[in-house]
Every structure is written in structure tokens, then in C-alpha cells.
Design a protein around this ligand. Structure first.
Ligand SMILES: *Cc1c(COP(=O)(O)O)cnc(C)c1O
Length: 362
């Protein structure tokens, strides 16, 4: 038995706004008297095209995406983008810069190195990923086709709270786990991509925002469904898009607008994460090793000073309705993901539990 209310701290797929799930439930059988569920709609039909156009428009407004950028709704998740980026952006033999800030940037480097010569411009590995390397220490290659960063390291609990300057080299960011958590200056990026299942919607949907001049023919062996150019030119009609996932993401965009947009959401995210980090730092029982200035506001990664209590912590938390607080398997320890949909009450419940647990076990 799990007591209610339940708060889901999973890193991904993660918590969704309750209002969105309720609206989807209401509209499940019959979308706005169309006589069809969104799942049943032909994707080229007027109804679904309206849904997709609206979702794209709302996302453009939320993020302030300039007119010379395209928004693509693709499939395959962020991991597929690790390959698709070099296949779409680089000729064979070209070089790309990557900054290694943890688990997900290492994955991007590993996969990308099958298609490009990769220059690791900076790495946090020698500090065990406790901070984001300062730009002054980056060794950028002026001939690189792009420079790739991971704006939020989901497994390591690190985030950029500043924007790198890469000159004429396009900046590319994997924003999977902090997309729509704060305003961003899109015009500083060449490409932004994000898998949906962390902070947007159902898994599989992958959002790519790309500046027009970077949309080039992909390498010939690239599947057409994964060619940015084919997808941009066909406006998502080349193959069946993830129709239901696009619909749910669209409901989330609307929900974000009702919350006051990304400025308001960022303020709430700051408050929630500050509350949790303050509770961790104020206790001898919990440890967060990441440098304060580089901590993620989405994924707080920490551990118990006495690691042998971890299993018991997770068991008791679960009983209290605090779910999925285990760290990423590659990192261990504890992790509380505080995505947009996590209410203040969830954070307060977690802190109250942590304090009670600390009192019982010291
Ligand atoms: C989860 C995650 C990924 C991988 O996403 P998939 O959809 O499983 O491919 C990549 N990058 C970051 C930052 C992530 O958090």
C-alpha cells in the first residue's frame, strides 16, 4: 500500500501535469465532437493538422523561437539524435567539438564518434563531474562543424546557468531534461533537441529546433524519415508523426502558458530546487557534492552520508508516496527530479520525509 497523495520524482518518463492528463482523459474517446479519438485521426486530415499547427505555434510563442528557425517533431528519442546530428550536419571526416559534463554527454560523444572526428573541448571527468568546466578552459576547434553541450545532465545533477560563446561555430544543445524549464535565448543556438519524456510529454517524441541555414541535405545513407531537410520541407507529412504524443505535448504547451509562461515556470523551478538543496546542505545526513553554482534545477542528485541506508530510505519514501527517488544506475545514490509538473507540495513532502528519516537514523 502506498499512501496518497503520491509524488513521482522519476527522471524520465517523468511526472505530467494532472490537468493535462484529465483533459486527455475527457477527450480520449471524442476530440471536440470530431467523432474520433486523436489516436484514430488520419494525420493528413484537417483535425490532426490543426492540432499539430497549434502545438507548433504555442511552442514557438512559449520559447520565443525566431522566424528563421524550424520546429521539427521527430521520432526516436534523444539517443537517435546523437547519430542524426552528425549525419545531418557534418560531411564525412568533419570535426565536432563536444563538452563532456557527465553521463549524457559521454553517450552523445560515444555515438557521435561513429560519424565524426570528435574533439572533447573540455571534460568534467577529472573532477568526477562536480561542476561544469568554465569556458576559459575549453579547447575549441575553430574548424569544428558544431559545438555540442548537454544543458542539463540528468544523471549527474549538473546544469549550465550560463551560455557558452562559440563564435561562428554553431552551438548545439541536448536539452532533453530541462527543455521548457526556463526561458532560453534560442538565437544563440544552431540546433536544440529534446526527447519529450522528461519535461514535455510521452516518450518517443523528439523536438528539434534548427536554424534555417543549417538545414542541409543529410548524408546519403541517412533514412529519409530522419533527414532534417526532408522533415522540414514536408512539414511533418513525410511519414506518420507521433500523433498522440504531439497532441499531449500540445496540451502541455497550453498548460505552460496558463502557468504564466517560461519566466514564471523558471521562478517556480528555482524556488523548488532551492528549498530542496537548502534542506540537503543544512543536514549532515544528506550530501550533494555538486558545486552550488552548477546544480541542476530539474534533477537534484545527492546521497546519504551513510550509503548503507539508501535501500531503507527508498523503501520508507515509497511507503509515504514519494516514488522513484533512486539515482541513475550509472551514478547511484538518490535523485529527486523536480520537473515543471512537480508541485511545491511534492517538494515540501519530500523535505518533511527527509528530515523525519534523518531524525530516526542518527
Ligand atoms: C534521457 C536523456 C537522453 C536519452 O533519451 P532517450 O529518449 O532515452 O533516447 C538523452 N539526453 C539527456 C540529457 C537525457 O536526460
Amino acid at each position: 500500500m502506498i499512501s496518497s497523495p503520491v509524488y513521482n520524482f522519476a527522471a524520465g518518463p517523468g511526472i505530467m501535469p494532472r490537468e493535462v492528463l484529465l483533459q486527455a482523459q475527457q477527450e480520449l474517446l471524442d476530440w471536440r465532437q470530431s467523432g474520433m479519438s486523436v489516436m484514430e485521426m488520419p494525420f493528413t486530415g484537417e483535425e490532426f493538422q490543426t492540432i499539430m499547427r497549434q502545438a507548433r505555434q504555442d511552442l514557438r510563442e512559449l520559447l520565443g523561437v525566431p522566424a528563421d528557425y524550424r520546429i521539427l517533431f521527430l521520432q526516436g528519442g534523444a539517443s537517435a539524435q546523437f547519430s542524426l546530428l552528425p549525419m545531418n550536419l557534418l560531411p564525412p571526416g568533419a570535426t565536432a567539438d563536444y563538452v563532456d559534463t557527465g553521463h549524457w554527454s559521454r553517450k552523445a560523444i560515444e555515438e557521435g564518434s561513429r560519424y565524426a572526428r570528435i574533439n572533447v573541448a573540455a571534460s568534467g571527468a577529472d573532477h568526477n563531474y562536480r561542476h561544469v568546466p568554465a569556458q576559459a578552459r575549453w579547447q575549441l576547434d575553430p574548424g569544428a562543424g558544431y559545438c555540442h553541450i548537454t544543458s542539463n545532465e540528468t544523471a549527474d545533477g549538473l546544469a549550465y546557468h550560463w551560455l557558452p560563446d562559440t563564435g561562428n561555430v554553431p552551438l548545439v544543445a541536448d536539452m532533453t531534461s530541462d527543455f521548457l524549464s526556463r526561458p532560453i535565448a534560442i538565437e544563440r543556438f544552431g540546433v536544440i533537441y529534446a526527447g519529450a519524456q522528461k519535461n514535455i510529454g510521452p516518450a518517443g517524441l523528439t523536438i528539434v529546433i534548427i536554424r534555417d541555414d543549417l538545414i542541409q541535405p543529410a548524408r546519403p545513407e541517412t533514412p529519409s524519415a530522419f533527414s532534417y531537410r526532408v522533415q522540414a520541407e514536408s512539414e511533418g507529412r513525410f511519414n506518420t508523426p507521433l500523433t498522440y504524443a504531439v497532441y499531449i505535448a500540445g496540451l502541455v504547451f497550453r498548460w505552460l502558458k496558463r502557468q504564466g509562461g517560461l519566466g514564471a515556470i523558471a521562478e517556480r523551478n528555482r524556488r523548488k530546487s532551492d528549498r530542496l538543496y537548502d534542506a540537503i546542505d543544512g543536514s549532515d545526513v544528506y550530501v550533494c557534492p555538486q558545486r552550488a553554482a552548477d546544480r541542476s534545477r530539474m534533477n537534484a542528485c545527492f546521497h546519504l552520508a551513510d550509503a548503507s541506508l539508501t535501500t531503507e530510505f527508498l523503501r520508507q519514501a515509497r511507503q509515504q508516496g514519494l516514488l522513484n527517488l533512486q539515482g541513475h544506475p550509472a551514478v547511484g545514490g538518490l535523485r529527486a527530479s523536480l520537473y515543471n509538473a512537480m508541485p511545491d507540495a511534492g517538494v515540501e513532502a519530500l523535505i518533511a520525509f527527509m528530515q523525519a528519516f534523518a531524525a530516526r537514523h542518527t
